[in-house]
Design a protein around this ligand. Structure first.
Ligand code: ZN
Ligand code: ZN
Length: 234
């Protein structure tokens, strides 16, 4: 985790989301947090060097996910793509292009790297896309920014677009302010889709953690500075 509200010292906490993703073949980043200072500082602490990331995926246009974009320029390799949903507002597009980022607006699902698939955008509002990492040809991880279109609706793409099981869900579930009924329905839907592990961050809220545990899903608490290795060795 690079940016979130919970951080282990000396990492900096901030309301926003940014996740570093690492496989044997590539390194990428999902969202850019609220401020370039926090993204830069936490990236240094994790040891990400300049020009070391292969791609960035931006889930949606809200400031707590794009505010740190200017810090990405140094971290990304030359001309590395920055994927945004086609529906993002023109001001964000222009400011990203003015920073010299190689922005790619996505209308449909696209492969970002080996075993990394960006979903087509769904409408919340705003337009939001998620990233799916294929772990082993059967199980996948669904990475969510804020889940404005609804977490289960976003995670269902793993099953319906890629025919994979959404083994793990990591990121913002946007249920912190939801009614108890809504939280229960979303948790039950995730369970029905086959989710085994949830790493609730950012705007997820505590009720979904309790509800997911009650339904038998494994809930992992993670802070900035923590590393989660998937699949879990259960
Ligand atoms: Zn957010
Ligand atoms: Zn948002």
């Amino acid at each position: 985790m690079l940016v979130d509200q919970q951080a282990r010292p000396p990492f900096v906490a901030e309301y926003g989301l940014s996740l570093l993703l690492e496989t044997e073949e590539w390194r990428g980043v999902f969202d850019a947090g609220q401020s370039p200072q926090t993204l830069r500082r936490n990236s240094e602490l994790v040891g990400i060097g300049n020009k070391s990331l292969d791609f960035a995926v931006i889930s949606h246009e809200h400031m707590d996910h794009v505010g740190g974009l200017s810090a990405l320029k140094q971290l990304l390799k030359d001309d590395a793509p920055v994927y945004m949903p086609a529906g993002v507002n023109w001001r964000l597009l222009k400011s990203a292009e003015d920073l010299g980022l190689n922005v790619k607006r996505l209308m449909t699902g696209t492969r970002a790297a080996k075993a990394a698939f960006i979903t087509s955008q769904q409408y919340g509002p705003p337009y939001e896309q998620s990233l799916i990492i294929n772990l082993d040809g059967n199980r996948a991880v669904s990475l969510l920014g804020c889940s404005h279109p609804g977490p289960s609706r976003m995670v269902s793409k793993v099953l319906y677009d890629l025919s994979l099981t959404p083994y793990a869900v990591v990121g913002g579930l946007h249920l912190a302010w939801a009614t108890p009924d809504k939280v229960r329905l979303e948790a039950e839907a995730l369970k029905m889709l086959g989710v085994k592990v949830i790493v609730p961050l950012h705007c997820s809220g505590d009720p979904v953690k309790l509800e997911s545990s009650r339904l038998g899903m494994k809930v992992l608490q993670a802070s900035v500075g923590d590393k989660v290795v998937l699949p879990l060795d259960l």
